[in-house]
Design a protein around this ligand. Structure first.
Ligand code: HEC
Ligand code: HEC
Length: 350
């Protein structure tokens, strides 16, 4: 028997047992990649990780001069203090701090995403990083202007020369920011410690929640694998909210009717810290999220067949929440020297 078959029969056995306990026939259930500790981060061949590059990326990440009005940095919306998000239902950005249509997802563990953004329109962190700079509702700046501004700051010019052997370039900005983001990894959560053999790391309630998650509540159908996501897109019927009357989600990328209203399954790691929840921040708390699933999700013509009423008791709802709270990893300490102080000698559009 090869390793995959051994793993399949092992997890299949556990899964079958769970399903029998919940009264569901195992034959109706396919197998899902098991939840468990995160593997090490991998780095793309064309952007190898170096300490100097991470340090440069960190400065850029916290530098508001990447924005048109020189006020908004990546950290404005992905703030370490709020679990690398902003604590708001939907992001405020652009020159007038206008509310956008979508919730700022966390940057924590984004290194593991197979797709970036709620609709997956970028694949890599490098590809993602230049988007918000140019988005009129976010940092509202042109890449030419950012390159010009940073090229007027001798410390940045020196750092780009050291890291990339070039002057300041948009490509270098993207690569350095992505390298920094790959260090924002929260691991070693109580769940991880439990899976590695520390049986006391989870409370009894969280352990019951873990069984429900993989059994009666069926969360594992989409939130699976070490990062608690299948890296796919589903419509679960989250009601419209905020300035957008309708958000077609993944459909905007693929133009497939079946993708209307489908959004990326988000990771559940650190989820206790990253509310409000869903692509539009519709739910303020995890309690409301679990009640939503329990009631069979929202209304939508295109809703996933895997979303239906769950008949969870009050205690079971609480147990699932306790389990999700146990997915909060250890914070990484972000210490950074402030960005170079010299202000560029080019006009900036206040
Ligand atoms: C004005 C607020 C705002 C600013 C500033 C901002 N972001 Fe975002 N970020 C968002 C929102 C909102 C989304 C989701 C947008 C979407 O899905 O369409 C997002 C998505 C992301 C994602 C994808 C994460 C995931 O799980 O899909 C990453 C990574 C990210 N931003 C990093 C950055 C970086 C790096 C910068 C600075 C160059 C930045 N952001 C600036 C609000 C912001
Ligand atoms: C059919 C796939 C599917 C199933 C089953 C599923 N989810 Fe989700 N989950 C998603 C998708 C997709 C989203 C994002 C939807 C959106 O924003 O419109 C999501 C969002 C969430 C969020 C919000 C996370 C955030 O950062 O905003 C939580 C919490 C969550 N799910 C928990 C659960 C729990 C608990 C269960 C089991 C009771 C479950 N999910 C079952 C696909 C699923």
């Amino acid at each position: 028997m090869n390793m995959i078959r051994i793993a399949k029969s092992f997890f299949g056995g556990i899964f079958g047992l769970l399903l029998t306990m919940q009264g569901i026939s195992a034959g109706d259930f396919p197998l899902f990649p098991p939840i468990g500790p995160l593997p090490p981060v991998t780095f793309p061949a064309d952007n190898p990780q170096t300490e100097a590059k991470v340090e440069l990326g960190k400065k850029l990440y916290f530098d508001p001069r990447l924005s048109g009005n020189n006020w908004i940095s990546c950290a404005t919306c992905h703030n370490p203090v709020f679990g690398f998000t902003d604590g708001l239902p939907r992001a405020l950005g652009g020159p007038a701090s206008k509310e956008g249509g979508r919730h700022s997802p966390t940057v924590i563990n984004a290194a593991y995403n197979e797709f970036q953004f709620w609709d997956g329109r970028a694949a890599t962190l490098e590809e993602q990083a230049l988007g918000p700079i140019q988005n009129p509702n976010e940092m509202c700046e042109t890449l030419d202007n950012v390159v010009r501004k940073l090229s007027g700051i001798p410390d940045y010019v020196k750092a780009f020369q050291e890291v990339f052997g070039t002057g300041v370039t948009a490509d270098g900005i993207a690569k350095a920011i992505a390298a920094f983001e790959r260090t924002v990894i929260y691991a070693n959560s109580p769940f991880d410690r439990y899976m590695q053999g520390d049986v006391r790391a989870l409370s009894e309630s969280a352990k019951r929640g873990m069984d429900l998650f993989q059994g009666k509540a069926e969360c594992i159908k989409c939130h699976n694998g070490p990062n608690f996501t299948d890296n796919k897109f589903h419509n679960i019927g989250v009601p419209a909210d905020g300035p957008l009357k309708e958000d077609l989600g993944r459909y905007n990328v693929t133009m497939n009717d079946t993708d209307k209203g489908a959004f990326k399954t988000p990771t559940l790691r650190n989820v206790a810290e990253t509310g409000p929840y869903m692509h539009n921040g519709y739910f303020p708390t995890l309690f409301e999220v679990v009640q939503f699933y329990n009631g069979g999700g929202g209304r939508s013509e295109n809703k996933s067949p895997d979303i239906h009423g769950l008949n969870l008791t009050g205690q079971e709802v609480g147990d699932l929440i306790e389990f999700m709270k146990a997915l909060t990893g250890e914070m990484v300490r972000i210490t950074y020297q402030s960005a170079p102080l010299a202000f560029p000698k080019v006009p900036v559009g206040f």
